[in-house]
Structure formats: structure tokens, C-alpha cells
Design a protein around this ligand. Structure first.
Ligand SMILES: O=C(O)C(=O)C[C@]1(C(=O)O)C=C[C@@H](O)C=C1
Length: 311
């Protein structure tokens, strides 16, 4: 196997990738952006990509939500949760917080540390970097246009950077969720604790459209763990919905709910069923169990057989 990930080495993304069996010894190709990492999968240059999808403080990673929703089909085969904590690295010559005028990091990292930075370095300016590790590595460049970078604790051991502070995040205990993405192929077997991701674009804009979509899941006892609206790019008011739900496509209630969504909108993109990284939070109601579906299916089949005999 070969993998792309949001690089360079030292990102949280790489940390997530290294939790995958065999990835430590596999070919790992750092990419400059989520789009580039996924493009390498689409082009067949690597087998899979590890990219961030959601953070417990800052929410969805738009670059990932949009990239998997459009273009050649991709499939999510695994998810990884990584606790995130940040440290402040500085360029040579900077010795005190007061010397810092500009901080660089990934936008999601800045959103998680902005409160600390504004409190301890009043007036500091933010310069976006393509990743936390890219920001940190830039500090070693002779013409670095910023003084400090917020990065993962993985970075210091590799580069010999000077650290001025650790644990600078505003919310202790934050978690980022990453997904392992491949070209479409076999769906991982159901484990009994699985998630499914899909993208739905409602074709017809009318009052209650979103509620009707949600009903498809609610009435089949399917719990949603994330729902986000993202602009389609086609104009104001035009959105698609990206959803994660508890359950596997092989479960009748999940298949039925997705089929219901498809009846409402032909524009449903199935993005995969894969093992959940945490135990599912909501028990399956009795009426939505596989047994209840089987019993109801047999009942309908019986009715149809009787009808045919009598006809
Ligand atoms: O820049 C990194 O290190 C990443 O892996 C990206 C990313 C993200 O996109 O959310 C991952 C975890 C942190 O929340 C901050 C940045």
C-alpha cells in the first residue's frame, strides 16, 4: 500500500496515518493540500489518502467535505480520531512572547488557539499555512516572514525548533477526526459498530425539504452523528448536505434510509461504510432491527404469494 497525506512530515494527518496497520513501513507521500492528497488517489498514484474531516472545536474541514463530494467517486474505508494539542515554536532569535509579531499555522489550528494567542501576545497577526508542520518548518527558512508557528508536539523532535510554550489550545481535550480514502472498491465488512457517510443534494427546493430528508433517517432508527450544509458553488441558496450516520450499508435500516433519500433526490453520493472509531451512541430501536426488517419482509412475501394463488 502507498498513502498520501496532508504534509509535510509532522502534521496531525501523518500522526493519524501512522495508526493504520502497516502504514509505518509503507510508502508515504506528503501532499501540499487536501485536494492534492485526494487527487493522487484519484490518479492512481497512491492507494489511499489520510485527510482531516472534522474537529471537535472548529467543526467540518470544508476542503475535505467539498473534495469528496465532487469529482471522481472516492470511498471512505476507515476513520481515525487524534487528540490535538498545540505548541508554539519560534524562529531563531526570538526568545520572548513579546518579540512575536506574526504567527503562522493551519486555519483550523489558529481557530483552536486564537484565544490563547490574543491573550498572551496582544495584537499578534495570523498568517495562514497549508498545515501546522508547514508553518513550523518555515521557521527554519532564512527569509521566514513570521516569528512563530502553532504546531503539533510531533514537530519539535524532528527539526530542532525552539519552543516557547506548550498546551496553547483554548479547549483542552479537542479531537480531530481523519478519514482514510481510497478509490471505490469493496466495502469493509460490518463490525456491528460502523458509520456511513453520504452526500445528498436536494433536487427540489420546497418548504420542509430538509425535514423530509431527516425523516428518512429518523423513521428507520438511524442516528446522524454529523450533518453539514455546504454550498454547491452553483449560486446563493444552493447547498448540498454531508451526513455521517451510525450503521452499515449492509443493515436493512441503513439501506432503506439511503434508498428513501435517493427517492427524494437522485443526487445521493454514497461515500462508504467503515468501522466507527468509538462505540455507537444510540441503540437500534426494536422496530428498525435486522430481525424486524426480515420478519416484515417475510410477511409481505406471504401476502404476495397468497394474492397470486387466489388470482
Ligand atoms: O495541519 C495539520 O497538522 C493537519 O493535520 C490539519 C489539521 C486540520 O485540518 O484540522 C488537523 C488537525 C488540527 O485540528 C489542525 C489542522
Amino acid at each position: 500500500m502507498s498513502y498520501s497525506y496532508l504534509g509535510p512530515s509532522g502534521t496531525f494527518c501523518e500522526q493519524a496515518l501512522l495508526t493504520v496497520d502497516g502504514a509505518a513501513d509503507a510508502e508515504r507521500v506528503p501532499a501540499v493540500s487536501v485536494d492534492t492528497a485526494l487527487a493522487a488517489v484519484r490518479a492512481g498514484e497512491v492507494d489511499a489518502a489520510m485527510v482531516p474531516i472534522e474537529n471537535s472545536v472548529e467543526g467540518g474541514v470544508s476542503a475535505t467535505l467539498d473534495a469528496v463530494a465532487h469529482g471522481d467517486a472516492l470511498q471512505i474505508v476507515a476513520e481515525v480520531l487524534i487528540p490535538v494539542t498545540f505548541q508554539l515554536a519560534v524562529r531563531p532569535g526570538i526568545e520572548r512572547l513579546e518579540d512575536i509579531k506574526v504567527i503562522s499555522t493551519h486555519g483550523h489550528a489558529w481557530a483552536q488557539c486564537r484565544g490563547w494567542a490574543e491573550k498572551h501576545i496582544p495584537g499578534v497577526r495570523f498568517l495562514p499555512a497549508s498545515s501546522t508542520a508547514a508553518g513550523a518548518m518555515g521557521l527554519l527558512e532564512p527569509e521566514c516572514p513570521y516569528d512563530a508557528a502553532l504546531c503539533s508536539p510531533l514537530v519539535d523532535t524532528q527539526a530542532g525548533l525552539t519552543l516557547l510554550a506548550e498546551g496553547v489550545e483554548d479547549n483542552a481535550g479537542a479531537i480531530t477526526r481523519f478519514i482514510l480514502v481510497t478509490r471505490p472498491g469493496a466495502i469493509p465488512d460490518a463490525t456491528g459498530s460502523d458509520k456511513t457517510t453520504a452526500v445528498v443534494t436536494l433536487t427540489d427546493d420546497h418548504p420542509g425539504g430538509l425535514r423530509e430528508l431527516l425523516d428518512q433517517f429518523a423513521m428507520r432508527g438511524v442516528n446522524l452523528t454529523r450533518i453539514e450544509s455546504r454550498p454547491t458553488g452553483g449560486g446563493l441558496g444552493q447547498y448540498f448536505f454531508s451526513v455521517d450516520l451510525e450503521g452499515h450499508l449492509s443493515e436493512p435500516r441503513v439501506a432503506d434510509a439511503l434508498a428513501g433519500a435517493h427517492r427524494m433526490s437522485a443526487d445521493v453520493r454514497f461515500l462508504g461504510s467503515y468501522p466507527s472509531a468509538t462505540p455507537l451512541v444510540s441503540p437500534v430501536p426494536a422496530h428498525a432491527s435486522a430481525q424486524a426488517y426480515a420478519a416484515a419482509g417475510e410477511w409481505i412475501a406471504r401476502l404476495r404469494r397468497v394474492g397470486r394463488t387466489e388470482a
